[in-house]
Design a protein. Structure first.
Length: 614
C-alpha cells in the first residue's frame, strides 16, 4: 500500500509539472522515470535499489577464502549468479567477442566482496579501432542486475501453494545504470549490451569497462570486439515472427492511472517500443471482455464497447481499440492486429443493454443460432470500421487453444458473414482446417512434421511454436529458467523451419513484479518477460539474442545456397539438427547455443571473405 501511495504521489507531481512546463511526450516520460527513481541518472552516495530479504539462510561457505577487497571479472551470460555466494571460478579479466554490424551483444560482469563496498559505478569508454574508427560509448548500455523472489517448476500449471514450494532469490531484472553498494558477502552481476550501428566500419575495436568505488582505485576491464563486414538488418526487417501478448491494463494498475487516459498512453509507449525493437510483429487487441477468463493478476477488458440498443440493433464504440492500435503502430508494431476472440474461454460475451441499463453476460456455444445472431452484426460493423481505418488486411480473428468443433463453427460463420477476416490460432495443429488457419502457433513438444511447416511457410502463412506453464519445464521463460534456454528458442525455430515464436505474456505483471515474480497459478515469471520502467530482463535480452541468431542463420543459409557452398550448408544444418527436445534433455541449452555460435563465427569469417572476393 505504501509503494502504491508513493507511485500515485509521484504521478500527481509528474502530471502537474508536465502541464506547467508543457513537456513533449518523450520528456514527460523521462520526468516520470526520474520522479520514480527509475532513470539512468547516477544516485549519489549509495544505492537506489534494495533486494527483498533472502528467504534462505546465508551460507558463508567460500567467503572465508575470498581475498579482501572488491573483485571484478567477466562472467558468463549463461549463468544466473547468486546474491550471497562468491562465484565458483574467478572468471576472465578481459573479454573478446565478434559480431555483425547492426547486432546487439550481451556481456555480463560479476562484482563481489566479503566486506561492504560503497558507491560502485560502472562506465565504459568508446571502442576504437587501430585506424581510428569509433563505436561511441552511447551505444553501450550498463545494467546492474537486480534479484527478486522466484520459485521452481513443481507441478507447472494450477494453484500453487507458496508455503510449500521452495522460494529463493534469482538475478533477472536489468536496472538502469546507477551507483550501487555491496553488502558484506554479496555479489552483484552487471549486464552490458552493445548496439552496433549498421554503418560501423569492420575491424577490431578495443575499449575499457571501468569500475570505480569509494575509497579504492578504479579497476579497468579490457574489452576487444571484432566487427564482421556482415549486416544484420534492423528489427523491423527481421523475418522472425515474434508474438508476445501485451497487457495494457497491468501498466495502468501498476502506475495508478486510469486505463486509456493520456497518462496511460504516454507510459505505454516505451513498453511497445522495447517490444518493437525485439522484432514484434503482432498487436494484441481484445474485442470482448475477459477473452481468457480470469488468468492474470490484471484481467483483460474489451477494447470495444458493445451496446445493445434493442430490436436486434447494436452500437460499437471503437475509440479505445483505435487508440491502442494507433499507439502500437506508432511504436513500430505494424504487421498484424490479433483480435481476441470469437471463441473465448467460457464462451461468455458481455455487453451493455440499454433496456435494462446494465451489463449483460451471455454464454453462447459456437454453432448455435444465438452465437451467430450476436456475432454477425459485430463482424459486419467491425469490418466496415477496419476498412475505413485502412487496417482490414492486418486484422485477424485470434483464438487460443480451442477445440476442432469450435474452430469449424468459427470458420463456417466467418466464411458466411465476413470472409475478409483471416484466423490466428495458438493450439494444436488441426489438419482439417489447415487452409483456414492463416497464423498457426503449435505448442512445443507437439510434433509437427517439417513438411507441413514448410508447405505452410511456402504459402506465406506464419507458422510458429509456443511454450507455456504446462509444457515444458525446460526450455522455458520462467525467472528460474537457465538464460540460454531463451536464446535456444530462436535456434529451435530455425531447426524446425518455424517462422517464429509466441508467448502468452509480455507484461502481465504480478502484484509486485520487481520484488516477487511468483503467481497463484503459474511458475514464477510465466506471466511477464519485462519489468516496470520499462526495464528489460536477462530472459528478454537472451530471447532477442536468439532471434538475432535466427536472422543470421537465415542470411548464411541463403548465401551458402546462392554460392553453391554445399559443405558450409551441411555444417550449418548439422548443428541445427541438434536443437530438438530430445537433445536438450541430454545436454543443457548453453552447450548447444555455444556450439552453434562458434559455427556462426566460423561461417561469418567464410562469408566475409567470400563477399570481399566478389
Amino acid at each position: 500500500m505504501i509503494l502504491l501511495f508513493e507511485r500515485q504521489l509521484k504521478l500527481m507531481i509528474f502530471r502537474k509539472l508536465s502541464k506547467f512546463l508543457k513537456f513533449e511526450s518523450h520528456n514527460t516520460i523521462i520526468l516520470f522515470l526520474i520522479l520514480s527513481g527509475l532513470s539512468c541518472q547516477s544516485i549519489p552516495d549509495g544505492t537506489g535499489f534494495k533486494e527483498p530479504e533472502d528467504p534462505n539462510p546465508v551460507s558463508l561457505s567460500g567467503w572465508e577464502q575470498t581475498v579482501p577487497g572488491l573483485h571484478v571479472a567477466f562472467g558468463s551470460i549463461d549463468q544466473r549468479y547468486k546474491y550471497h555466494y562468491p562465484p565458483a571460478t574467478r572468471g576472465q579479466e578481459s573479454w573478446y567477442g565478434s559480431a555483425w554490424k547492426g547486432e546487439r551483444i550481451n556481456i555480463q560482469l560479476k562484482i563481489w566482496s566479503r566486506e561492504p563496498v560503497h558507491n560502485i559505478e560502472v562506465v565504459c569508454s568508446d571502442l576504437s579501432s587501430g585506424s581510428g574508427d569509433l563505436i561511441d560509448a552511447n551505444n553501450i548500455n550498463i545494467f546492474p542486475v537486480r534479484f527478486l523472489l522466484t520459485d521452481e517448476f513443481s507441478a507447472g500449471c494450477g494453484f500453487r501453494d507458496h508455503d510449500t514450494i521452495p522460494v529463493h532469490l534469482v538475478s533477472d531484472m536489468l536496472e538502469y545504470n546507477q551507483r550501487f553498494n555491496l553488502d558484506e558477502n554479496t555479489l552483484r552481476p552487471v549486464w552490458l549490451t552493445i548496439d552496433l550501428p549498421a554503418d560501423a566500419i569492420p575491424g577490431t575495436y578495443e575499449g575499457i569497462i571501468r569500475v570505480s568505488y569509494k575509497g579504492g582505485d578504479d579497476i579497468g576491464m579490457p574489452l576487444i570486439l571484432n566487427i564482421h563486414d556482415l549486416l544484420l538488418p534492423s528489427p523491423s526487417e527481421w523475418s522472425f515472427h515474434l508474438d508476445l501478448w501485451q497487457n495494457p491494463w497491468a501498466v495502468a494498475r501498476y502506475y495508478g492511472v486510469d486505463p486509456w487516459s493520456d497518462e496511460h498512453i504516454e507510459i505505454l509507449l516505451p513498453y511497445l517500443e522495447m517490444l518493437a525493437k525485439a522484432g514484434q510483429k503482432c498487436i494484441t487487441a481484445t474485442i470482448i471482455h475477459l477473452p481468457w477468463g480470469v488468468q492474470t493478476y490484471d484481467n483483460f477488458d474489451s477494447m470495444i464497447e458493445w451496446t445493445h440498443l434493442g430490436d436486434g440493433k447494436w452500437e460499437y464504440d471503437y475509440s479505445v481499440f483505435d487508440r491502442w492500435v494507433t499507439l502500437a503502430m506508432r511504436a513500430g508494431i505494424t504487421r498484424q492486429i490479433n483480435c481476441f476472440t470469437m471463441v473465448p474461454w467460457g464462451n461468455q460475451v458481455r455487453y451493455f443493454d440499454v433496456d435494462s441499463s446494465d451489463y449483460v453476460t451471455k454464454i453462447l456455444e459456437t454453432g448455435s443460432s444465438d452465437y451467430a445472431d450476436i456475432w454477425r452484426p459485430f463482424l459486419s460493423d467491425f469490418r466496415n470500421h477496419l476498412q475505413k481505418k485502412g487496417w482490414l488486411d492486418k486484422a485477424l480473428i485470434a483464438v487460443d487453444e480451442r477445440h476442432l468443433d469450435e474452430m469449424k463453427d468459427l470458420v463456417g460463420l466467418l466464411e458466411e458473414a465476413a470472409p475478409e477476416f483471416r484466423i490466428a490460432l495458438a493450439g494444436r495443429y488441426l489438419k482439417e482446417l489447415d487452409d483456414d488457419i492463416y497464423d498457426l502457433s503449435v505448442v512445443f513438444r507437439i510434433f509437427l512434421d517439417k513438411d507441413i511447416i514448410k508447405e505452410r511457410v511456402d504459402r506465406g502463412m506464419p507458422t510458429t511454436f509456443y511454450t507455456s506453464c504446462a509444457m515444458p519445464e525446460s526450455p522455458n521463460n520462467f525467472t528460474f529458467s537457465p538464460p540460454a534456454e531463451q536464446a535456444w528458442l530462436g535456434w529451435h525455430a530455425a531447426s524446425r523451419g518455424f517462422t517464429g515464436y509466441l508467448r502468452w505474456a509480455y507484461n502481465s505483471w504480478v502484484e509486485d513484479p520487481v520484488t516477487d515474480s511468483r503467481f497463484r497459478k503459474w511458475p514464477a515469471g510465466d506471466t511477464y518477460q519485462i519489468y516496470p520502467g520499462p526495464r528489460s530482463s536477462i530472459r528478454f535480452e537472451r530471447l532477442r539474442e536468439g532471434i538475432q541468431d535466427f536472422e543470421k542463420i537465415r542470411i548464411l543459409r541463403n548465401l551458402a545456397e546462392e554460392t553453391g557452398q554445399n559443405e558450409k550448408l551441411k555444417e550449418l544444418e548439422g548443428i541445427l539438427d541438434r536443437f530438438t527436445p530430445e537433445e536438450i534433455n541430454k545436454e543443457p541449452a548453453d552447450y548447444w547455443i555455444n556450439k552453434g555460435k562458434a559455427l556462426i563465427n566460423e561461417l561469418s569469417d567464410w562469408a566475409e571473405n567470400d563477399i570481399s572476393k566478389r
